[in-house]
Write a protein that binds this ligand. Sequence first.
Ligand SMILES: [Fe+2]
Ligand SMILES: [Fe+2]
Length: 174
Amino acid sequence: MLSASMNEKLNAQITREFYSSYLYRQMASCLDQMGLSVLEQFFLDQADEERMHAVKLIDYVQKAGGKLALGAIEAPPAEYESVLAICEATLAHERQVTKHIHALVAQAEEDKDYSTRSYLQWYIDEQVEEEASFADLVQLAKLAGSDLLALEDRVEKILAKRAPALGEGAQLGG
Ligand SMILES: [Fe+2]
Ligand SMILES: [Fe+2]
């Protein structure tokens, strides 16, 4: 059973996950306008993941007997000076999200709500991955400087590594 404040905080987190998805969609479009189609794909994938984070939490709130109340999603910034500015904004955003996840864990511990505490472990681990992946992206963008084709090339390799199962599946099926 969720406490009222745990329920409220989980609802707020669901809205934040949707905001993350919204933000990365917007960024994907900005990258498309910069002619960076590989980075656009990276951000589109990221936006899908964030939506999945929201949906998983909705399932949990429902299973745990809570009440879902979706909040308003604010508009993300639509103008960025450069690809580096976008990457840096994502890293700053993910660090904020990590703080919010940690606050959820603190609430679960205060409530002695061990089910929610256990459920949130997945999000803690996921945030470690997310921060690492965006920190890598910032690093790559800095190293590439104005050589955006080199950056696209590096990101393409990251995307290719992420989908080995897809390739294997296609081979087995074919
Ligand atoms: Fe997320
Ligand atoms: Fe994220």
